[in-house]
Write a protein that binds this ligand. Sequence first.
Ligand SMILES: [Zn+2]
Length: 253
Amino acid sequence: MDDQALLRYSRQIMLDPIDIDGQERLLAGHALVVGAGGLGSPVALYLAAAGLGRLTLADADEVELSNLQRQIAHATVDLGRNKAESAREAALALNPDCAIRALSDHLDGEALARAVAEADVVLDCTDRFSSRYAINAACRVAGVPLISGAAIRFSGQLAVFDPRDPDSPCYACLYPPGGGESEEGDEALSCAESGVVAPLVGLIGSFQALEAIKLVSGAGTLHRGLSTFDGLVGQWRHFRVPRDPACPVCGAE
Ligand SMILES: [Zn+2]
C-alpha cells in the first residue's frame, strides 16, 4: 500500500481485527456480486469503498424509474442503462483503485460456475428463487462461501453458507426446493409484486457487505444460522439452521 491507500483505508487499518494484514487481504480479494439492484447497490458501493480489490458485478436488467427509490448505485441519468454497468461506474467513482468487471448477461450455467470459481466470496443479491438455487449449487461445487440476503416489504434476512465448514448448511437446507415457499416461486419474492421500503435493502445489503469484509480480511467470526429483521417493530431474530442430511444439494457429499 502506498501513502494514499494507507490514508484512504486508515479507519479500517486502525481496527485491530483488520490491521494492515487484513487490509492487504481485502485488496487481494475478489467478490462476485450477483444482482446490482436494491441489495447489490450497497454491497457494491461498500465493498469498493472498503478496498476490496476486485469486484465482479452481474445483472442483466436495465435501470427503471421504479428502481431508483432504493437502488442507490443508480441515478436518474442511468435510466435505461444496464444495472451492472451503472453500478460499476458508481463504485469506481467512490474508489477508482477497485478493479470492477460488469457482466450484463444473465449469469447461469457455465458462466455462473466460472464466475463463482474465480471468486473468494459470492454475494447473492438477487430476488428470484431460481437464481438463488443456481448460485447456491455453484458455490457448493466450487467450495466458495455464499452470503445470502433478501428484503421484501418491511422485512429482511441474512444467512451465510460456508462450504469450507463441514457443519455449515446450504441455501437448499434452509429452503428445500419444492417446499411451500419456493414453489410459488419467483414472483412471491419480487419487490414489483410486494413492494419494499427503501432503507431495508440498505440495511440487509450493508450486513452482507460486512460479512464479506470479515470473511476476506479474516476479522471476527462469520455469521451463523439465519438472522431476520422485522422493520415494522425494529427487531432482529436469530435462528439456528442445521445442515439437512437429505438436502438435494449438499446432503450427498
Ligand atoms: Zn444443503
